[in-house]
Design a binder for this molecule. Structure first.
Ligand code: 2BA
Ligand code: 2BA
Length: 109
């Protein structure tokens, strides 16, 4: 058995959970916060059999959207702070960041 942990955008969470449920995957949704943007995102935990992992990854891949976002750095990256002019940088927020972990044991009491 494997545990898939997928960090996704909030706006994709409903349709992704629905698509996974349609294929009878069980999911748990956590409300999380990205460390860099300090904005809300969604983390899904999906416990499934080894042979079901590829299909789950395929569903996650196709239901997760990318977005670009301008970010204003809040502090200089080094050098003289007096001459610091904050320049917004463009970052690409993925799709989905996915970890697949082996599960030692699975219990439901
Ligand atoms: P829920 O997803 O809200 O599911 C509540 C109950 O609905 C489940 O109870 C199960 O009896 C049924 N159920 C859920 N998904 C189903 C599906 N795709 N097909 C048929 N029946 C389904 P529990 O199995 O006791 O699970 C309680 C909660 O534990 C779940 O809440 C979910 O948050 C979490 N969970 C259970 N199994 C999981 C897994 N393999 N991966 C991730 N989270 C799991
Ligand atoms: P955040 O930490 O809010 O990051 C949002 C986006 O900002 C990232 O998108 C990436 O494009 C950029 N970014 C993050 N850290 C950066 C840094 N130190 N320098 C420059 N740019 C940076 P994604 O990579 O698609 O990540 C989306 C979210 O997935 C992240 O939100 C975080 O919550 C999670 N995540 C990504 N990689 C992770 C990892 N290795 N471990 C745990 N969580 C991760």
């Amino acid at each position: 058995m494997k545990l898939i942990i997928a960090v996704i955008q909030d706006k994709d969470s409903h349709r992704l959970i629905d698509a996974l449920s349609d294929k009878e995957y069980k999911t748990t949704k956590l409300s999380t916060t990205g460390g860099f943007l300090k904005e809300g995102n969604t983390t899904l935990m999906i416990g499934c059999e080894d042979e079901e992992v590829d299909q789950a990854l395929d569903i996650i891949k196709h239901k997760s959207s990318h977005r670009e976002q301008m970010v204003a750095p809040i502090s200089p990256m080094g050098g003289n702070a007096d001459s610091y002019i904050p320049r917004p940088i463009n970052i690409e927020v993925g799709g989905a960041t996915v970890f697949v972990l082996p599960v030692d044991s699975f219990f439901q009491f």
